[in-house]
Design a protein around this ligand. Structure first.
Ligand code: AHR
Length: 492
């Protein structure tokens, strides 16, 4: 039996709700069809936003949404996406399938979507093919309340009051699709562009996010922190979990147990990556003012057979759910330094939380993990410790049990435990230090490693009440099934 200690006397950092953010790009069927169908669509919508998806995301507790890219952001010209939709300029989406982008979803539509979702806004500006003036004017257009050319243009387009932009990204992947820059060059560009991201709103400062490293590119972090660290609030790391390699990533639904463990081991590797980037950041910023943002993460599998390779449409199984639980538990544990994370991408692209087919929608196993974990949002991270052995193959090993525990303002504890084993359940004995337990409620998400939901069978994988535990005076004893995520809500 493994021992699990939760220590409410050891109060750590606040778990920023924005760790539970999503990312939505003009890519494949994410924005068009997935989120936005237009006012005239037969698919039920409010001002063009599909009602089923908006309701599902609200229930999931989505706190913040990143837009418009991704690689798309560095070729997006925001002025093409305002004004009468019928008159908007069309462009080629060169990164993603070469399809025609009609710009019918632009700035006003994005804010309408976030308003319906009740979530905050994270906008990424164009450094790669844009200009300082273009970026600066976008910020003025969105956030300036007074009389100015851009604020007046916004009014002419039907919006009097400015919007609140909580986060602004100065470019995306500028080491790659965002301009193929080297870190010293980007650091200079970052300093110049961010100067003109002005704070027009006296009540809230825009949080500036600099393009950070790809996975293990520690040199990028080193150089950008050294040359531009004092001008940023957050540095954005990207890390995708790819089972094999970029040429042959592997199927989303047809994989062996060995491949399951390869995927999980690679997902778990993000813990080391985070630690090493933080060590570098701390060297250049000993007061730890600059936070880490992980604004693209998740699994990247081969596209579903028969779908457009440029659309990145993939299914989502219990394996993806375990990847999500591993990541989110790790992010919680680093919440002293991580401000925001955005899984890629919300709908119909990569590790989505929902898939759509015409008017139909199916929630993925990853959706249920986000919904279970929403109880952690804005809680206080507690010291928590679990004994565990490792599972996997000779080459791909990771801990069997990965958990985190947080507490809300009333002292109610939320603990999320993932059993990464493909085949074996495990017994745990949990003790909550210095506590008498009144009540425990628990939920589980479990299934075969390759179980997934389809449009014909939407509830093959979904959360259920979990009864496989016994409350004790100061905790519980539980049997955590193989390939499962269990949430315990513990009232003291
Ligand atoms: O999420 C898909 C793509 O992955 C994004 O556009 C880009 O930033 C990253 O390479």
């Amino acid at each position: 039996m493994e021992k699990y200690l939760i220590n409410p006397n050891e109060k750590k950092s606040t778990v920023s709700k924005d760790i539970y953010g999503n990312f939505s790009e003009h890519l494949g069927r994410c924005i068009y069809e997935g989120l936005f169908v237009g006012r005239d669509s037969d698919i039920p919508n409010v001002n063009g936003m599909r009602t089923d998806v908006v309701n599902a995301l609200k229930e999931m507790g989505l706190p913040v949404l990143r837009w418009p890219g991704g690689c798309f952001a560095d070729e997006y010209h925001w002025m093409d996406g305002i004004g009468d939709p019928a008159m908007r300029k069309k462009m080629i989406n060169t990164h993603w399938g070469g399809v025609i982008e009609d710009n019918s979803f632009g700035t006003h539509e994005f804010f309408e979507l976030c308003d319906q979702l009740g979530c905050d806004v994270y906008i990424t500006g164009n450094v790669g093919s844009g200009s300082v003036r273009e970026m600066s004017e976008w910020v003025e257009y969105m956030t300036f309340a007074g009389e100015s050319p851009m604020a007046n243009l916004r009014r002419k387009n039907g919006r009097d009051k400015p919007w609140r932009v909580k986060y602004f990204g100065v470019g995306n992947e500028n080491w790659g699709c965002g301009g193929n820059m080297d870190p010293a060059y980007y650091a200079n560009e970052y300093r110049r562009y961010q100067t003109y991201v002005r704070n027009y709103d006296g009540n809230s400062r825009i949080y500036k996010v600099a393009c950070g490293p790809n996975a293990e590119d520690y040199n990028w972090t080193e150089t950008v922190m050294k040359n531009a660290g004092r001008h940023m609030d957050g540095l954005a790391l990207h890390y995708y979990t790819v089972t094999h390699d970029w040429g042959h990533k592997g199927s989303a639904t047809e994989f062996s147990t060995d491949e399951y463990y390869t995927t999980l081991r690679k997902a778990y590797h993000i813990d080391e990556i985070i630690r090493r980037h933080l060590e570098i950041m701390n060297r250049y910023d000993p007061s730890k003012r600059v936070e880490l943002v992980i604004d693209e993460w998740g699994t990247w599998h081969d596209v579903e057979p028969g779908t457009n390779p440029g659309f990145l449409y993939q299914q989502n199984s219990m394996r993806d759910a375990i990847v999500a639980a591993i990541n989110l538990n790790i992010f919680n544990k680093h919440s002293d330094r991580i401000r925001m994370c955005n899984i890629a991408q919300t709908i119909n692209v990569l590790q989505s939380v929902a898939l759509t087919d015409g008017a139909d929608m199916v929630l993925t196993p990853t959706y249920y993990v986000f919904k279970m974990f929403k109880d952690h949002q804005n809680n206080t991270l507690l010291g928590s410790y679990i004994t565990t052995d490792e599972v996997g193959t000779d080459s791909d090993r990771l801990p069997r049990l990965i958990e985190s525990a947080t507490e809300d303002e009333n002292g109610v504890i939320c603990s999320t435990v993932a059993n990464t084993s493909a085949s074996e359940s495990v017994q745990i004995k949990c003790q909550v230090a210095d506590s008498e337990i009144k009540e425990i409620r628990a939920e589980i998400l479990t299934g075969a490693i390759d179980a997934y939901n389809t449009f014909d069978c939407k509830e093959a994988v979904k959360t259920q009440a979990f009864e496989g535990f016994t409350k004790t005076a100061d905790g519980f004893v539980a049997d955590i099934p193989a390939c499962s995520v269990v949430k315990f809500i513990i009232e003291r």
